[in-house]
Design a protein. Structure first.
Length: 191
């Protein structure tokens, strides 16, 4: 029994020491390290990512505002990077969760990413889009996952796009609700 406790303690200590060496997640347009070519390539990749998400959002229906789709895409992507820096994210996301659960990190669980991203997107006062809270495996201690889902105004939740900043530690992941690997359901206010 003592050997088991020692192994567990050694494991936790090594995880803490390894995570202490990890700096904040650096990505996005402001994470240049002095190499101008690398910074330029990173900026191009960032703009391309915004364009792809913007097109995906605009394609939700034929009546979305293209400017609003681009603003939504840029805000979701850039704010996800911001949250990763604010949370001082340690990769992978599961490891960061462990550090939050044992009290070494303050925030960064999936529902906290969802709360913070949702709050930021609500400030945009979107006209063409609606924001929803998505949850998969609700009530499961180890599997529950939360995220933001965006639909075109008036569309059903199932027709939306998942915006998941947690999954890739601040590198925004998105997919259509129906094609994502998680079985998303809408969590309505007050639930």
């Amino acid at each position: 029994m003592l050997a088991h406790k020692f192994k567990y303690s050694a494991f936790l200590l090594s995880m803490v020491l390894l995570s202490a060496c990890a700096g904040p997640h650096q990505n996005g347009p402001a994470a240049s390290g002095g190499d101008n070519q690398a910074a330029a390539e990173e900026a191009i990749a960032y703009r391309e990512k915004i364009a792809v998400l913007s097109n995906d959002l605009a394609a939700l229906n034929g009546h979305t505002n293209l400017t609003e789709a681009e603003q939504l895409a840029e805000t979701a992507i850039s704010y996800s990077y911001h949250l990763a820096e604010e949370y001082r994210v340690v990769r992978p996301a599961i490891l960061h969760n462990l550090l939050v659960r044992i009290g070494l990190k303050d925030r960064g669980l999936c529902y906290q990413w969802t709360e913070d991203l949702m709050s930021r997107l609500y400030l945009m006062q979107l006209n063409s889009f609606q924001l929803h809270w998505g949850v998969a495996y609700r009530g499961s201690e180890l599997r529950e996952h939360n995220t933001v889902v965006v639909t075109a105004r008036g569309q059903q939740f199932e027709e939306g796009i998942v915006l998941d900043p947690w999954r890739n530690s601040g590198e925004l992941y998105w997919a259509h609700v129906k094609s994502d690997s998680y079985p998303w359901q809408e969590r309505r206010p007050g639930e």
